[in-house]
Design a protein around this ligand. Structure first.
Ligand code: F6R
Length: 666
């Protein structure tokens, strides 16, 4: 029997002691469970968890040419890109005589030290790179930039056929010093440049040989003061400042210098000089970029008084939900006409396939729940990397919804292209504006969460769920399944209720910290739930494991006893989420099952549940103003629990090991 104690503010807490879980039995099972499998049943997606996160890969590129000294700009830009994760860093800068390269394994501070007594500081043209190792481990040699002959370049992405090109080049006498695909790309571009003597045709010719994805920033020894850029499948943005021209792989790296940007089209080549910039496409004459002004302020990409970006972003959620939902409310009703999606569009939808990766998949699962419950639309959720291989069955009236915070995730993009190639209508829910997924989908809905810097998504996920909820209400309303009055109430629950419920939970930080204290010394934690709570558990579990490195699994509460319950030992933390009162009794039985096997049971439930039971050691109650408000309160609670557990374990929360912010390779 647990020893519950009543605490103020409707929170009941805690049996204070912790105990380490024995490791032995579990290790084997976890390695078997390293996949998150979503099974299609008659329209409903079901999940089996033990999810291991896909490796995220995305290096960072910044380049500048103009009237000012380049290296402070490059190091500044690189430090803004730090959050994406990297293990080596480098810069190439042109001076009168040559292009010099400084690069090293490690952090930007090491690069700055090397730069401090170098002539590179005076250069006005430079490119820089943060590398997250793929082909070849993290080392000084594998770090970018790479130089071969006249070519010096940095690269994001992966050249998939680099081995065959390397073999050909090696046979003709080219020597390589690194293990990277990037050095091979440099050598191939150099070969084309030696033959053609003109950078634009040389780059075009070279890139026509590459398969895979790339964004290159390239300098040529005899063209000092110039930077060339091309991309396919990896983002690259050009920018105009008062003192010259810039390029970067991420708009946040440009914010300290200028708000004026242009997204380079795939396969177009940009040439940046100190006083002019031109874009060369296959079909048109050279043109100058059409500049846009970003509304993202440099402050939005700073911590704003919080200790971590993740904490800041968790606290931004009430406002972020408002920003994503309110442009889609007219006269209190859901209305996506501002996104170019009108009522008739929703009426034609017969079934939905949601495709995404990681947390965005979890958002899709939660959204699918709303779509089936409110709009009665059969909805299947797919992991993007699996979508093409399932293969998905589309009928007349199928809509594919792609979800992506970054808008650049390679697997999600590949799924989008697959759906388009099969003539299935596509709708992208994306945060980062004008990114590839947003641009290529037939329809797009931006979540307007603002820049998300922490690697672990919070406000990105939260706003994805809120947009899907709004879509569910819109479809239900358009189909005539719910009255105006009900639709208005549901909309108000998300636009007013959810932000308030999140704020309320965030004001209870000390209580959430107490729960984190119960977890942080353990190696294994279980989250269990039913219905939508099972999907929230999936996200809760992913958040915990990715930032605190505590192994965690999410289970459908009723599924535990079919095997996994054998892992429960004395003091194993089991956290149950119950935001649906109708499911409380069933989950409560499952809590008894684990309690009787010694689990330390933590229950997160609505404050209107009369939970007079003896199966829990601690209870965290969340506001019960509406079903959806409770869901968002639970989401915020588990995010803070993960954050605090990671803090207690001294983890690098904003930059968890092995991870970077977006994954632009499959
Ligand atoms: C986890 C996380 C990832 C992303 C996933 C998809 O905290 O952030 O699981 O959700 O990599 O990324 P986007 O949404 O950018 O496509």
């Amino acid at each position: 029997m647990g020893n519950r104690k009543t605490m103020p503010a409707a929170f009941i807490k805690i049996k204070g002691h912790q105990c380490h879980l024995k490791k032995a039995i579990l290790g084997m099972v976890f390695s078997l469970c390293s996949k998150y499998k979503i099974r299609k049943g008659n329209g409903r997606a079901e999940s089996h968890f033990c999810s291991a996160i896909t490796v995220y890969i995305m290096c960072g590129i910044i380049g500048y040419t103009g009237n000012s000294c380049a290296s402070p700009k490059i190091t500044k830009g690189l430090s803004v890109l730090e959050y994406r994760g990297y293990d080596s860093v480098g810069i190439a800068a042109a001076n009168e005589n040559e292009i010099s390269i400084i690069k090293c394994k490690g952090r930007i501070t090491s690069l700055e030290e090397k730069l401090s007594d170098s002539l590179l500081q005076e250069s006005h043209t430079a490119i820089g790179h943060t590398r997250w190792a793929t082909h070849g481990g993290p080392s000084d040699t594998n770090a970018h930039p790479h130089r071969v002959g006249d070519v010096v370049l940095v690269h994001n992405g992966i050249i998939e056929n680099y081995m065959e090109i390397k073999k050909e080049l090696t046979e003709s006498g080219v020597k390589f010093s690194s293990e990277t695909d990037t050095e091979v790309a440099a050598a191939w571009i150099n070969r084309c440049y030696c033959n053609l003597k003109d950078p634009i045709p040389a780059i075009r010719e070279a890139c026509s040989r590459f398969t895979g994805s790339y964004a290159f920033a390239i300098m040529f020894e005899n063209l000092k003061g110039e930077i060339y850029a091309i991309r396919r499948g990896s983002p690259l943005i050009l920018a105009e400042g008062k003192d010259g021209y810039y390029l970067a792989s991420d708009i946040t790296a440009l914010l300290p210098f200028t708000p004026k940007y242009h997204i380079l089209d795939e396969n177009s080549i940009a040439c940046l000089k100190s006083n002019e910039i031109k874009i060369f496409s296959d079909s048109k004459d050279a043109c100058i970029p059409e500049w846009k002004i970003t509304s993202i302020t440099p402050e939005a990409a700073q911590k704003g008084g919080f200790s971590h970006f993740m904490l800041k972003e968790i606290h931004e959620q009430p406002e972020a939900i408002l920003k994503s939902v309110s442009p889609r409310i007219i006269n209190g009703l859901p209305d996506f006409s501002g996104d170019g999606i009108h009522g008739d569009f929703w009426k034609k939808i017969k079934n939905i396939q949601i495709v995404a990766c990681g947390s965005a998949t979890h958002a899709g699962l939660a959204g699918g729940y709303f779509l089936e419950k409110l709009a009665k639309i059969p909805t299947s959720s797919y992991i993007a990397s699996e979508y093409r291989y399932t293969p998905p069955i589309a009928t007349d009236g199928t809509l594919v919804i792609l979800i992506s915070q970054s808008g650049e995730t390679a697997d999600t993009l590949a799924a989008l292209r697959y759906a388009k190639a099969h003539n299935i209508p596509t709708l992208a829910i994306v945060n980062a504006v004008e990114t590839t997924i947003a641009r290529e989908a037939d329809y797009k809905i931006y979540t307007y969460a603002g820049p998300e810097i922490a690697v672990a998504t919070t406000k990105g996920y939260c706003t994805q769920v809120s947009v899907l909820y709004m879509i569910a209400v819109a479809i239900a309303h358009q189909k005539g399944d719910i009255s105006d009055q009900t639709a208005k109430e549901l909309v108000e629950n998300i636009s007013q209720g959810a932000p308030k419920a999140i704020s309320h939970i965030l004001s209870q930080r000390n209580i959430l910290t107490e729960i984190a204290k119960k977890l942080y010394r353990h190696e294994h934690v279980f989250y269990i739930g039913r219905g939508i709570d099972f999907h929230i558990c999936a996200e809760a579990s992913l958040k915990l494991k990715e930032i605190s490195y505590i192994h965690s699994e999410a289970y459908a509460a009723g599924e535990l006893k079919h095997g996994t319950i054998s892992l429960i030992e004395n003091d194993t933390p089991v956290i149950a989420i119950v935001t649906e009162n109708r499911l409380y009794e069933k989950t409560e039985s499952n809590l008894r099952e684990v309690k009787s096997r010694g689990a330390d049971v933590i229950l997160i439930c609505r404050d209107d549940i009369s939970s007079d039971n003896h199966s829990t050691d601690s209870v965290l109650t969340i506001p019960s103003t509406s079903d959806v408000a409770s869901v968002f309160a639970a989401i915020a609670a588990v995010q803070i629990i993960a954050f605090d557990a990671a803090l207690l374990r001294n983890c690098d929360i904003d930059r968890p090991r092995n991870l970077a912010k977006s994954v632009t390779v499959e």
